[in-house]
Design a protein around this ligand. Sequence first.
Ligand code: SF4
Length: 402
Amino acid sequence: MSGREPAPMNAVTPADAELTAAERDRILAKAALFSPPPVTTADGRRDLVGLSREELVQELAALGEKPFRAKQLWHWIYHQGVTDFDRMSSIAAPLRARLAERFVIARPEAATVQTSRDGTRKFLFRFRDAQQVETVYIPDPEEDRGAVCISTQVGCTLSCRFCHTGTQKLVRNLGAAEIVGQFMAARDSYGEWPSPKDDKPRLLSTIVVMGMGEPLYNYENTAKALRIVMDGEGIGLSRRRITLSTSGVVPMMDRCGEELGVNLAVSLHAVTDELRNEIVPLNRKYPIAELLAACRRYPGASNARRITFEYVMLRGINDSEAEARELVRLLHGLPAKVNLIPFNPWPGSPYQTSTYEQTAKFAAILNEAGYSSPIRRPRGRDILAACGQLKTESERERKAAG
Ligand code: SF4
């Protein structure tokens, strides 16, 4: 025996940390291969949306302007929501004209907007290079608030078996402007500007990063966009109102917790590696034990801020009572809640939704063990806007032969 204390469960040893750092670098390098195009219009003007505060200061310094101008612009762009320099009344007309010559304040173009019978609204947003993603606003049926579900990639690399997006190859990552732009354009659609201050009610009150793509495979752009959204002098949504959902990109989870501190949701969907390897193929790289260890380390997770586990109910596949009991065992000691999601079919999908009775039995076992486990009411199914149903026509350009 070496006489050393055994490392506590879930602790990261130096060797682990080195491996994780190397893996993280690999993930970031891969993300760079799918970078978004530059944020300029066809006539060469730069989009100011998506720039960090520091970048905005630099852009203005290049025009000979002082940093306070960046603060003014930030207020107009993210608090007032204006897209026209001429409406910036605190800035003198000659400077407004110079700004308009060099810059734009853009939004993604809403190619289509569909509103479901239940009020859910799905936007198909088209970007400058004609790539498209879907964004969904899900109103709370009882109160004047709701969640905006935003996308972070065009397509996805992960091919989760129950997910329509997973059948669409990754085309590219979205830039910060495109990520924050989805939220801003959704807000335009409801006219919710200027940004409501402090705890004033908001129609678009939360963000769930659960749309198309795996956000932790596009971490830098996602983080930059969320920092803009959280900035108190602009949109000002607190980190408690933002939930990032991952399929379990373990090496990036610690960084997300430390740097952003947003709520975490994990797409679990199975309690054995054998089944999860099939339903969420990323599990082959980061199996359940590693994933749950990363959840236990997640900074800020507490009883007040529980980690959400998403569990799609697939009839006869993952919905038995024995599996519910195993889930209780796996989650032991974790501040967790489980969202049970009735499977939302899409054309050609390989699964069926669990019966309501079976879902209720599954939920009862979790509830009895002290885990809140609401059965999510499907929203926007009639317009294919429900969980796992998003998909666009965007395709990766084929390389020219030869
Ligand atoms: S569930 Fe998320 S990570 Fe999995 S394929 Fe669908 S979009 Fe990608």
